[in-house]
Design a protein around this ligand. Structure first.
Ligand SMILES: [Zn+2]
Length: 200
């Protein structure tokens, strides 16, 4: 059974020509004239398009009679995407108080912003921006509950560009402005009410 990667052939060809590492692990290509197969990112000389055969896995390429390239080692395990995303999450957890635009994260992880966005969402269930916003809001809510710091100070401390943008995002998430949240929490903590998390 022939299992070439037909639907993405044009994209695959562009990835091969551009040595695009974001396609590594997604497909492999063999060159019929050399009998060798590579990862898309391989820096070896770009083959003629008509000599290229695409495969979903290294195993398929081997089964079709191709030998692994000594340069890009397509037979070795590539880092699974979960690992990349785990790395992204660890980085965000440690740096969420800093400005973290998608392109900066992507550059740090050697991914294209679009690929990072898509892959992150697939594994984490939300986009990097949504994940960062949640961390910032959680940290801000905690500071509102446990400190008397001015709201503008809290906004900057957890990574919001301004107190105004913090208030807008906070209001959207918690249904009330930060000042109200602080007041209500103070009132609640006077009683020993069970802890509840509105909206999960
Ligand atoms: Zn190669």
């Amino acid at each position: 059974m022939q299992r070439e990667v037909r639907p993405m052939e044009e994209k695959a060809w562009a990835a091969i020509v551009g040595c695009d590492p974001t396609y590594d692990g997604k497909f492999f290509y063999g060159v019929v004239t050399t009998g060798i197969f590579c990862r898309p990112s391989c820096k070896s000389k770009t083959p003629k398009k008509e000599h290229v055969r695409l495969f979903h896995s290294a195993d398929e390429a081997v089964a079709a009679g191709f030998r692994p390239c000594k340069r890009c080692r397509p037979d070795r395990q590539a880092r699974p995407e979960e690992e990349w995303i785990g790395e992204a999450i660890r980085f965000i957890d440690a740096h969420y108080t800093e400005p973290l635009p998608l392109r900066r994260l992507a550059a740090l992880l050697h991914m294209s912003p679009c690929h990072l966005q898509r892959t992150f969402k697939r594994f984490a269930g939300c986009t990097p921006a949504e994940y960062i916003r949640k961390l910032r809001l959680d940290a801000a809510a905690k500071l509102l509950r446990t400190t008397n710091r001015p709201i503008s100070d809290i906004a900057g401390r957890v990574g919001f560009a301004s107190a105004a943008s913090f208030s807008t995002v906070f209001q959207k998430q918690y249904g009330m402005p930060p000042s109200e949240y602080r007041k209500r929490h103070a009132r609640l903590s006077d009683h020993t009410l069970p802890h509840s998390t509105p909206g999960g």
